[in-house]
Design a protein around this ligand. Sequence first.
Ligand code: GDP
Ligand code: MG
Length: 310
Amino acid sequence: MSVAGDDRLSGGIPPGEEGFRSGFVAILGRPNVGKSTLVNHLVGRKVSIVSDHPQTTRRRITGVVTLPACQIVLLDLPGFQRPFDSLTRRMQNAVDDALREVDATLVMLNATEPFGGGDRYVLEAVGAAGLPGVIVLNKIDLLDGRRLGARLEEARGLAGGAAVHAVSALRGDGLGRVVDDLAAAMAPGPRYFPEGQSSDQPLELLVAELVREQALRRTREEVPHAIAVEVGSITERTDRPLVEIEAFLIVESESQKAIVVGKGGRVVKAIGSAARGEIETVFGVQVFLDLRVKVRRRWRRDERYVERLL
Ligand code: GDP
Ligand code: MG
């Protein structure tokens, strides 16, 4: 092809092979519907953290699904939220930005909870953007056949009659047809990521997310929302196969610090040791994790600090 090697036409990305299709897909839905679980299942590697706490995903995380003639780049976005503090405003901006940048959307609904204003808002925003999209009803593994039928009808009503796929992101049920529909929505385009690369996250972000996932699992009520993770350094030892990581759990008050540290350091030790295991699995090498707890008052209302974390 004549455009081969012409960076002005492809933005520095090598043009795709003849007939190759690609595009970016925003994954949208209320917190906790299973967006990260879906991305992880489709990508086949842990790229996005999963937890029972809403608002776990604060960053746009890219997962890449590469098929023989098609590449689907997934952006796992935070749920739509009413502005609440600088953090959620920031999340909402990320969603608005993404709708402007993507080629298709995937809207996820939760089969186990009543649909609400948030779901309607997502579907309306996507409809207004005029993008091709897939609508999925998730967590069907938790329903019997009769309830599932009723929920599907209800979801179709909410979706204005558009096709709704019933899936279990956790088990992987029904995902084949979802990938087929997404692939059909892709336009001729380049292979954005080389084969084998499933995420564009810098290492620091991945480590921070893995630590945060473990911290969220071991805290409750308001504490999970007050936790951020800063990664100070990641150093690869040259004398033996070992990676040394220095990281900080950031909380907003001394009382939260006491909870996260725990009696005799029990909680922070448990977080650190579980996170170390996860990081070792991803890195495939032994890891030493030095994890400490720091107070940074009202960090969620500090726009500049939140910006730095994102
Ligand atoms: P997100 O906030 O939309 O990214 O949701 P997550 O992917 O973090 O999932 C939230 C919770 O729902 C986690 O506990 C998941 O294990 C759970 N979950 C996600 N998908 C399914 C599913 O298909 N079935 C069941 N039973 N649980 C699911
Ligand atoms: Mg998520």
